[in-house]
Design a protein around this ligand. Structure first.
Ligand SMILES: Cc1ncc(COP(=O)(O)O)c(C=O)c1O
Length: 461
């Protein structure tokens, strides 16, 4: 039910335009383009304020993993609100769902990742990892290990530290400051865009050599951590070349560099596993950051899951140290209850197995779009995917950025009942884990129609 059934759609849009500052709002276009007001959702479906239905192939913002509109989630959340809506989490108080959730996350996370710091989302999970690593290096007696290595095209969030660790060129805008003296970015592992005639193996060799050279340049005794998403999400679903992540991880181990695997997107089933680092890519990180699918977007929550080694060093008795990182809503009981119910649903319904079945079909069907003249590449794994648009397939020449070709295709999908996420030359998808073959067929057929229509209109203009 709409919270304001008396408003018309245009009133809702106008009110929003006047008062709601959106994340990453583009001010000029926001003045002319109408937002799409969504009223309801169930499973992978959204319904707008005019009653039009869409398949949400973006899964909200990579997050509605178990699907929307679950009564069971609503009941679990309501029950926790009635029982205990909030309790102070600082130092000497706790609540039952927070402890249960941390225990469960320790069981689901690989290796000795047994200690969990809870926050409010992905950015704060990454921020907490960054600060915990500083504290760890200090506690270990190596405070000069201050430098952080990340990669071009990485996305790690939007706090001051996490956006600085991120490396998407579009996130560096004039008028903002970034930490730039101690955070360094290696090349993007985007083979399609930057392979430049090399084999994938040669490309990976060069990326690893670049990291080695950076370690030599800064000195291993100055490098604290390496941050990496297993598959870069917001950078454009960039698949790591074969064995690249394992080799980067090995370099971290050899040089006492903390490896942070940012699984805010790849965790909780998107790749058919609770976490992808070890199960899919064969690496054992020192820290995993998680959010999004952790509650399937029902409530905000972030988790920074750290190894015994890091925890034991920070918490070593006899030093009277304390962790000067904490949020009012760390371990919020209602968010934790939502996460526990979310995990229960994923387990009970076998959603990880479902992803391992539907994921390959999704990828295979999407790849049929590669025969279209403006589709340069279709890439991804399981329920993370991206279609790359180019003006010229042979040379991989992009359309002018000002054309915003990804948006043109997304706009053509919308009236056909499909939401995809435009990112300049790309359309990105991360549908809820519950999608079925009919949904996949609808997504692919709609994209095909939309791409053909956009190409025809570009050729006509
Ligand atoms: C890999 C990754 N890390 C961190 C974040 C930030 O998460 P949040 O938006 O919940 O702060 C995102 C968001 O898309 C992400 O994709």
């Amino acid at each position: 039910m709409s919270p304001d059934p008396s408003s018309t759609t245009s009133e809702i849009i106008e009110r929003d335009r006047r008062h709601f500052i959106h994340p990453y709002q583009v001010f000029d276009t926001y003045l002319v383009d109408d937002v799409l007001p969504i009223e309801r959702g169930a499973g992978a479906q959204l319904v707008d304020t005019e009653g039009r239905r869409y398949i949400d192939a973006v899964g909200g913002m990579w997050c509605t993993n178990i699907g929307l509109g679950r009564d069971e989630m609503a009941d679990a959340i309501a029950a926790q609100v009635r029982e205990l809506a909030y309790a102070n989490p600082f130092t000497d108080m706790t609540n039952v769902p927070a402890g249960l959730l941390c225990e469960k996350l320790a069981a689901l996370a690989p290796g000795d990742l047994n200690h969990v710091f809870l926050s409010t989302g992905g950015s704060t999970a990454v921020d907490a990892a960054y600060r915990m690593i500083q504290f760890y290096q200090y506690a270990k007696g190596t405070p000069e290990k201050r430098h952080v290595i990340s990669r071009v095209d990485a996305y790690h969030g939007t706090t001051y530290a996490s956006v600085s660790i991120g490396g998407k060129p579009g996130d560096r805008v004039p008028g903002f400051n970034y930490v730039d003296d101690t955070i360094h970015h290696l090349s993007s592992p985007n083979f399609y865009r930057y392979g430049d005639g090399r084999t994938e193996q040669e490309f990976a060799d060069d990326l690893v050599a670049e990291f080695r050279a950076k370690i030599d340049e800064l000195g291993a005794d100055h490098i604290a951590a390496f941050f990496a998403e297993p598959i870069m999400g917001s950078g454009g679903v960039i698949m790591p070349p074969a064995d690249y992540l394992r080799r980067m991880w090995q370099l971290c181990r050899d040089n006492d560099i903390v490896y942070v695997s940012d699984e805010v997107v790849t965790g909780f089933g998107r790749l058919g596993e609770w976490f992808a680092s070890e199960s899919v890519f064969g690496i054992q990180p020192d820290i995993i950051t998680s959010a999004k699918g952790l509650t399937s977007g029902y409530l905000p929550l972030g988790a920074t899951i750290v190894s015994d080694r890091i925890y034991d060093t920070i918490a070593e008795p006899g030093h009277d140290r304390y962790l000067a990182v904490g949020y009012t809503y760390s371990g919020h009981p209602v968010s934790c209850a939502a996460a526990l119910k979310n995990i229960e649903i994923i387990e009970r319904e076998g959603l990880l197995e479902h992803v391992r079945q539907i994921g390959p079909y999704f990828q295979q069907q999407l790849r049929t779009l590669a025969d279209l003249p403006m589709v340069g590449e279709v890439r991804g794994s399981q329920l993370m995917a991206c279609v790359v648009f180019v003006e010229d397939k042979a040379t991989k020449r992009n359309y002018p950025e000002s054309l915003d070709v990804g948006k043109l295709v997304a706009n053509a999908c919308e009236p056909r009942g499909l939401i995809v996420r435009p990112m300049v030359h790309l359309n990105v998808m991360s549908p809820p884990l519950v999608i079925d073959r009919d949904d996949v067929d609808h997504i692919v057929a709609t994209l095909r129609e939309a791409i053909i229509e956009v190409r025809a209109s570009l050729e006509a203009s």
